[in-house]
Design a protein around this ligand. Sequence first.
Ligand SMILES: *Cc1c(COP(=O)(O)O)cnc(C)c1O
Length: 361
Amino acid sequence: MNTPDLTILREDVRAMDAYVVSDATGLIKLDAMENPYTLPPDLAQALGQRLSAVALNRYPPSQPQALKTKLASLMGVHAGAGLMLGNGSDELIHLLIQACAKPGATVLAPWPGFAMVEISANLNGCQFVGVPLRADFGLDTDAMLAAMAHHRPALTFIAYPNNPTGNLFDRAAIQTLIQAAAPGLVVVDEAYLPFALDTWMPQQPETPNLVVLRTLSKLGLAGLRLGYLAAHPALTEQLEKVRPPYNVNALTLAATDFLLDFLDLFEVQAASIRAQRARLLAALRALPGVKAHDSAANFILFQVEQPDRTYSQLKERGILIKNLTRMHPLLRGGLRVTVGTPEENDAFLAALAASLGQPQP
Ligand SMILES: *Cc1c(COP(=O)(O)O)cnc(C)c1O
């Protein structure tokens, strides 16, 4: 086959590394912050019935108002707020940046943070500024304020709790940053809300430059691809102009509407994951050579002496986690494990203890 001439593509795109998703075939998958539980069979059956009634010959509604109202009332979104749906919150991050990407615009985030923010900023031609966290992974408020004064970022992304470190930043510090950022927008990304049980949503109506971003992914519906953001309606009215009109497909809309009636099921699962998180953290801390960090999310960041070796030995023993040691100097030695079922966590702990117990080469 003749190859196309790739010089037609953007230089920066050709120079990029692709976002790597590891193949998990045959492995216990603890790398992607997924909920380990599938739907109960009777619920899956009923969902199938519901989806079979969706008219796939038609485009989805571009403004599914009844679903938005239902989502808003269940998720504590203020009735007067603007609510926008996305194909996962990843898409909403992209659309927010795209809408603000004036020439020379800056996107700022405490770093290490959520990788998609930097990728989206770069793809939209923005300058990305990552402000290093303190050694304890807390916000370096002075450094953030200095970077804001210098770069006047159009957008500041703060994951609450942060990925990949798992901690909740200090609320008063975030409040200070929101004030300092104005008129720049501050996006508080609450992807891990089910495990943190702490939110900025109540502050959103009184804070015009605050955008609250959420997703159903970590709650247990990562395959659904449904994210949402709440912001002042004057802002969402503008953001709607950059949203592809049919970005959330008809099956996702119908499944979301159906599954929102069973939120208590997902909340029970989240509670069990939170309990497992505490057990996993205590067990990790009991292992010599492991430094495990507190987490308000459904994953735990821990550091070991030889992360590459530990990572591959876990994989050989059938466990897939995430190796972060090369992401940022603060993450040296860092591995991230998603909290799974009790059995998966047992298997992970046994494999980790076995690999750490082996004589070093
Ligand atoms: C996982 C994650 C998301 C991604 O959410 P999707 O809705 O699945 O696209 C967003 N933000 C943070 C901080 C995450 O860790």
